[in-house]
Write a new protein. Structure first.
Length: 136
């Protein structure tokens, strides 16, 4: 499945079995996949991690490079593949690596578990309280 998103991606003459959609709920889709290939936006990265799926990140711009490297550093996916270096061969190599390296799947489960157990709101409130007390 390929999601075109707001980027205006246009795809012609795709092989059978490749479905193109404008958008799809990540929380629904990602748990139904073996792995995820995405641009590395913060929300998409979080959805992949929460779904406990290995990710191949192909950053395009902005903070996506940071999240791509973070996914790799966590051991949840292969080295990032920036879109400007994307080729069929590079993509196939990274997808193959993602499929055969069981460590990516194990780490994805471990990271997902940590995220689900984390109380992000309490952590954010603590940081804000600490910042406000040091600025007072």
């Amino acid at each position: 499945m390929v999601a075109t998103g707001w980027g205006g991606l246009e795809l012609d003459s795709l092989p059978d079995g490749v479905h193109v959609v404008e958008a799809v709920p990540h929380a629904w889709l990602f748990p139904r996949t073996v792995g995820v290939v995405h641009h590395g936006g913060a929300g998409t990265t979080a959805a992949g991690l929460l779904a406990a799926r290995p990710s191949l990140v192909c950053p395009v711009l902005g903070d996506q490079g940071f999240w791509a490297q973070r996914v790799h550093d966590l051991g949840v996916g292969p080295a990032p593949l920036p879109v400007r270096r994307l080729s069929v061969g590079e993509l196939a190599d990274r997808l193959s690596m993602m499929g055969r390296e069981a460590g990516y799947r194990r780490r994805a489960w471990a990271v997902s578990e940590e995220l689900w157990l984390e109380d992000g709101v309490a952590n954010a409130v603590g940081v804000l309280e600490q910042m406000s007390s040091t600025n007072a």
